[in-house]
Design a protein around this ligand. Structure first.
Ligand code: NAI
Length: 332
């Protein structure tokens, strides 16, 4: 069975090739994304493998169906870029990888905060230029600080435990509280407003839903402690970036670490170093000395990539053999 793998990066090739070795799966790697202009590249394949920025809308699904594609295999958890209804109508099975390594994301969250707080990124550059001055590199002890975790799912819980290990007091907010987990881990649930008012560090781990869009807006930023740090490794649209820039300019926030950005599509994951950056909001964000941005790399560990590849290959194989995929939540 042939599968066309769209938007394939070197690390996708490496891990998927390893996972598919010894199976009947033949992977055809394509560097560009799936969309109406590129769907012809799926000719001769029975499955396609896509990531977060491939556009699998109704016209693309119809073209895939005409080519005899039986399986759209997402190598990520999110599926907002696939028209599930159209796929169902055309008898195409959509599969995904619902969870890979929550540790990867939680550990990157803490790495971002530690880097920003202790100015490691600035120190690294300075020392390489033989500037051994410490001026401007003062951080704070995490021990004894209050951390607010918004969303206590798989990633939020692991992040909370890591911060507890540093000796932090941890507050949490989630519409579905787990009293047992909170008691066992010394975490206190509060309302979002109380969490924002009391936390020295706020870390977002809630999914993007219509009700969490711009969860942090101008009003909520005003409730945060002066000098507080914000970390977002969840979804860019949880934060109103224009409002964030305003509070950064006013000096209200101490620091901001982002692995995700509202308008990251078409920018993150790609090398734009030779081009003019057309996004003025992102360009402004990058000018603040107390802002650290990584381009959606929190998931990028060997363990997570290995698990993504294993589950994707297993899903493709099962669907080709007429069996149910590992995760059936998208079958409708
Ligand atoms: P999960 O589904 O295990 O947990 C999400 C939690 O958020 C649940 O406890 C849920 O009740 C809670 N929640 C729902 N609505 C909420 C609200 N209005 N306020 C506060 N909490 C709310 O998800 P998991 O695996 O922990 O992932 C969290 C998010 O991390 C994902 O939705 C995704 O956006 C992001 N993510 C980012 C990655 C990256 O590379 N940067 C990689 C993987 C996930």
């Amino acid at each position: 069975m042939i599968c066309a793998v769209f938007d394939a990066k070197p690390y996708d090739r490496e891990f998927l090739t390893r996972a598919a070795s010894g199976t009947a799966l033949e992977l055809r790697f394509l560097e560009f994304r799936l969309g109406q202009e590129t769907v012809f590249s799926a000719d001769g394949a029975q499955g396609v493998c896509v990531f977060v920025n491939d556009r699998v809308d109704r016209p693309v699904v119809e073209s895939l169906a005409e080519k005899g594609i039986r399986n759209i295999a997402l190598r990520c958890a999110g599926f907002n870029n696939v028209d599930l209804e159209a796929a169902k109508e055309h008898g195409i099975t959509v599969t995904r990888v619902p969870a890979y390594s929550p540790y990867a994301v939680a550990e990157h969250t803490v790495a971002l905060l530690m880097t920003l707080n202790r100015k490691i990124h600035r120190a690294y550059n300075r020392v390489r230029e033989q500037n051994f001055s410490l001026n401007g590199l003062v951080g704070f002890d995490l021990h004894g600080k209050t951390v607010g975790i918004v969303g206590t799912g798989k990633i939020g819980r692991i992040t909370a435990s890591i911060f507890r290990g540093f000796g932090c007091r941890v507050l949490a907010q989630d519409p579905y509280e787990s009293a047992e987990w909170a008691a066992e881990n010394g975490v206190t649930y509060t309302s979002l407003d109380e969490l924002l008012a009391a936390s020295d560090i706020v870390s977002l781990h809630s999914p993007l839903f219509p009700e969490t869009y711009h969860l942090l807006d101008a009003g909520r930023f005003a409730r945060m402690k002066r000098g507080a740090y914000l970390i977002n490794t969840s979804r860019g649209k949880l934060v109103d970036t224009a409002a964030l820039i305003a509070v950064l300019k006013s000096g209200h926030l101490g620091g901001v670490a982002l692995d995700v950005y509202e308008e990251e599509e078409g920018i993150f994951f790609e090398d734009h170093s030779g081009h003019v950056l057309g996004d003025d909001i992102l360009a402004r964000l990058l000018t603040f000395p107390n802002v650290l941005v990584t381009s959606h790399q929190a998931f990028l560990t060997e363990e997570a990539l290995g698990e993504i590849a294993r589950v994707t290959v297993e899903n493709l194989t099962r669907v080709a053999e007429g069996k149910a995929p590992l995760d059936t939540t998208l079958l409708g």
